[in-house]
Design a protein around this ligand. Structure first.
Ligand SMILES: Nc1nc2c(c(=O)[nH]1)N[C@H]1C(S)=C(S)[C@@H](COP(=O)(O)O)O[C@H]1N2
Ligand SMILES: [Mo]
Length: 229
């Protein structure tokens, strides 16, 4: 597994002692991000306290920011070797990944088998190269929303920066042009209308995390509210 991840990064092209190679070797050594996908049997698929829905509910802060593609940007900053500020064509030119995942919202609805397309967070990490001291990410959105994640959750194998759902551009109400999709955590961690990803050397709570939601948000552990922490 460690070898596969190294190979996928294309280290061959780099001199053995380059800073980037050293960082990657350190990740591999520490076994960071190599936990892989959890396999669950069908009867464990629905987390405790959840019910299935067929439609896709919309939740937001009462404001859906419309960002024209001409002015849209995604900034990736903080504790990384190579910060980026992408315009729309540059973002869309990145490597594409498809995933089919389930959504679990803390308000108790779950929705199975959503087909997404976008840039995988692991491919993003290969580009920006988090520094060794990076431990968390803070996501900032065009509506002012924020949410925080440990780096290893952000780096989950099936996490994507999504621009399409079921073969169509992500709609405004669901966070288009681009949202995060981290399927193994409650959906409030999946920031819509993504504007900025900041890599941090310490944790800081986001919008809902400051207002009584759990800091981590694992649906299988029912990490709903901060009283459970
Ligand atoms: N920017 C932004 N992202 C957000 C929110 C928000 O209000 N603003 N709400 C969160 C919450 S609480 C949920 S449950 C999901 C809802 O996503 P959906 O409307 O696509 O179902 O988005 C999350 N991401
Ligand atoms: Mo939510």
């Amino acid at each position: 597994m460690a070898e596969e991840y190294e190979a996928a990064g294309g280290d061959d092209a780099l001199p053995a002692d380059s800073k980037l190679t050293t960082t990657k070797q350190r990740w591999a050594r520490e076994g960071k991000f190599l936990t892989g996908r959890v396999t669950r049997s069908e009867n464990e698929r629905l987390p405790p306290g959840q019910h299935l829905v067929r439609d896709w509910p919309v939740l937001d802060l009462g404001l859906q920011p419309r960002i024209p593609l001409e002015t849209w940007r995604l900034d990736v900053t903080g504790a990384v070797e190579t910060p980026v500020s992408w315009d729309w064509p540059t973002f869309r030119a990145q490597k594409q990944t498809s995933e089919v995942t389930d959504i679990h919202c803390v308000t108790t609805w779950s929705r199975y088998d959503n087909r997404w397309e976008g840039l995988s967070t692991r491919d993003l990490l290969d580009i920006v190269m988090p520094r060794a001291e990076a431990s968390h990410v803070m996501l900032q959105s065009y509506d002012g929303y924020t949410t925080n994640l440990p780096l290893e959750d952000f780096a989950a194998e099936d996490a994507l920066l999504v621009h399409s759902w079921e073969g169509q551009p992500l709609t405004l109400e669901h966070g288009g042009p681009v949202r995060l999709m981290v399927p193994h955590l409650y959906f409030w961690k999946s920031a819509k209308w993504l504007k900025k990803i900041e890599f941090r050397t310490s944790d800081q709570r986001g919008f809902w995390e400051e207002r009584g939601y759990h800091n981590h948000a694992d649906p299988w552990k029912e990490e709903r509210y901060s009283d459970d922490e």
